[in-house]
Design a protein. Structure first.
Ligand code: MLT
Length: 241
């Protein structure tokens, strides 16, 4: 029986059957899954995604580990009292190597937590799409791609990245594309010559630019810039070995 790929454009209405026992790829291209990928690439030991700033602070106290950093955003800006925001450019080796990161973002960490029932849960972004597709294609199970979206609304940047992933996956095996996957790939085909321009033109891309964060958008657009694949399991994100 052929394996299926499906894409969910927001977290709304994803049936449990599309998650349980599937290989999941969670996307928040601007910027959470990009930032987490960069943190792990820079030597961060592990990342713990949580839903609220209060949960993050409480967990840091409970862990009582001086290697713990708090990162994340609300309204795209660093949370007061946190060590880091949600810009991938902040997560340098000097700052995160050998550290544990607790992160909370508006949509990204919520999407990651929604994927908790998956057999394998990968975090995808433009910067690691070829590597994620390479690993997910070997999972020998249906693949569900979850777009974080923006507060339950459709986000172009996540759907575009989903389409890129579908395209890469389809090149590596005999997959049946459900309609969500086909639509995402078709959308990606419209922009594959210049995906960076599409990211820039997206609602969230423009919002980040208005905040002076256009360098983040450019960074997040670099398709295949890293081979690092974050894997989520048991509440923790680590680098796939
Ligand atoms: C989110 O989780 O909503 C984001 O990653 C927003 C951002 O910081 O750009």
């Amino acid at each position: 029986m052929s394996l299926e790929i499906d894409v969910f454009a927001t977290l709304n209405g994803i049936p449990d059957e599309a998650i349980n026992n599937k290989a999941i790829i969670v996307i928040d291209a601007l910027r959470a899954t990009t930032t987490i990928t960069v943190a792990l690439a820079a030597g961060c030991l592990e990342v713990i995604p949580v839903l609220t700033p209060e949960e993050a602070i409480e967990m840091r106290e409970r862990l009582g580990d001086e290697r713990v950093l708090l990162g994340g955003e609300r309204n795209a800006l660093k949370i007061p009292g946190f060590d880091l925001g949600n810009s991938p450019l902040e997560y340098t080796t000097e700052i995160v190597a050998g550290k544990r990161l607790i992160i909370t973002t508006t949509n990204g960490t919520r999407a990651i937590r929604r994927a908790a029932g998956g057999r394998l849960v990968f975090l995808g972004a433009m910067i690691n799409a070829p590597a994620v597709a390479g690993l997910a294609a070997t999972a020998a199970t249906d693949i569900t791609i979850i777009c974080a979206g923006t507060r339950d609304r459709f986000s172009l940047e996540d759907f575009l990245t989903a389409g890129l992933l579908v395209d890469q996956l389809a090149g590596q095996g005999e997959f049946v594309l459900r309609d969500g996957a086909q639509a995402a790939r078709d959308y990606y085909y419209c922009h594959r010559v210049d995906p960076a321009a599409a990211l820039k033109a997206s609602f969230h891309g423009r919002l980040l630019a208005d905040l002076g964060l256009e360098a983040d958008v450019e960074f997040c657009s670099r398709v295949g810039a890293t081979d690092v694949v974050p894997v989520y399991g048991g509440g923790i994100i680590k680098k796939a070995s």
